[in-house]
Design a protein around this ligand. Sequence first.
Ligand SMILES: Cc1ncc(COP(=O)(O)O)c(C=O)c1O
Length: 383
Amino acid sequence: MDFDFDQRIDRRSFWSTKWTRYPPDVLPFWVADMDFRAPESIIDALRERVEHGIYGYTNTPNTVVQACLDWLNREFSWEIDPEWLVWLPGVVPAFNMACRLAGSPGTEVMIPVPVYHPFLAAPRHAQREAVFVDLKENERGWCMDFDAMEAAVTARTRMCLVCNPQNPTGRVYTAQELTQLGEFAARHDLLICSDEIHCAIILDATKSHTPIATLDRELAKRTITLMAPTKTFNIPGVGCAFAIIEDTELRDRFRTARAGLVSGIGPLQFTACDAAFREQGAWLPALLDYLRGNRDLLERAVAGIAGISMRHVEATFLGWIDTRELELDGPGAFFEQHGLGFSNGTDFGKPGFVRFNFACPRSLLREGLERLEAAVSKARSDL
Ligand SMILES: Cc1ncc(COP(=O)(O)O)c(C=O)c1O
């Protein structure tokens, strides 16, 4: 079956965050959702649920739990006990809650950066201090810098908050890097909160996602894993998320931190996620193919534009573009003036970069790349 990812679908009239932030003449390549229709199986399930006509408070359906267990098993050969699951309306509230489990107010949460911007404020929201440690670039791309992490860790550090696959750099940490992270955490008795929301958007055939908690039983006991089907199936507006916490005491503390803070998950959210976990048709392979094509186009274009560069994107639909050579005061504002709506690197803890969301029809991407080339050429002539 063919899927028309080339189709341009109006989103501006539907209050899309992505399409209404910038003026109409600016092409939006920022917030991480895709300009593609979700799989028909999800749309059909939602249609059927909408027809019921009553959208009241809803318990977690057993079918969703089972579909989630099957999905984890299928995707990652991860067999978990349903008791380990804690359901939440989103991953962002989940890592904010997780920070409340790190020691006591005033203790530290270590975060490798650049990273998805709501990470940066999460420790502060929980009255904890953030310790940011830069990822380093080497021949594999963006990696955790364990020497720098060792140098930055203190007796007050109680948690490491990581993102894998990594937003914004598109890196998939290897099992070896994750083992090293686990050893680091054990040495300093840290909890690990691992945001793995991009776990099923792996573009490189030679890469695979390893949930860190599957590496080792001891490591699993200090880990809170956060996942959701929302990025993969493009349903973040009707999505929900879940935490996997094996350790009973840690899970109880997480539930306590959650108490009263988030509302229950709605029936449409559960319906969409249930259908997403069950979706095993051709849609996802076709999507990954299309994203690969867009990624290759973006990488080739950037390689051909003097003044900017990017690392290979192994996973996600996000390109992390280094514009430092252009010495722009504010890359986000500069590119906006040239008709490009990017996420600004400063928001992710790394000035001089922009994040390019390439999950859009290819014709739109091509327009964006033409504008990128023109903008960079102008910036270079102003140097
Ligand atoms: C790494 C990461 N975590 C969490 C989220 C958002 O999660 P949610 O919408 O479930 O709160 C995003 C969205 O872009 C993300 O990239």
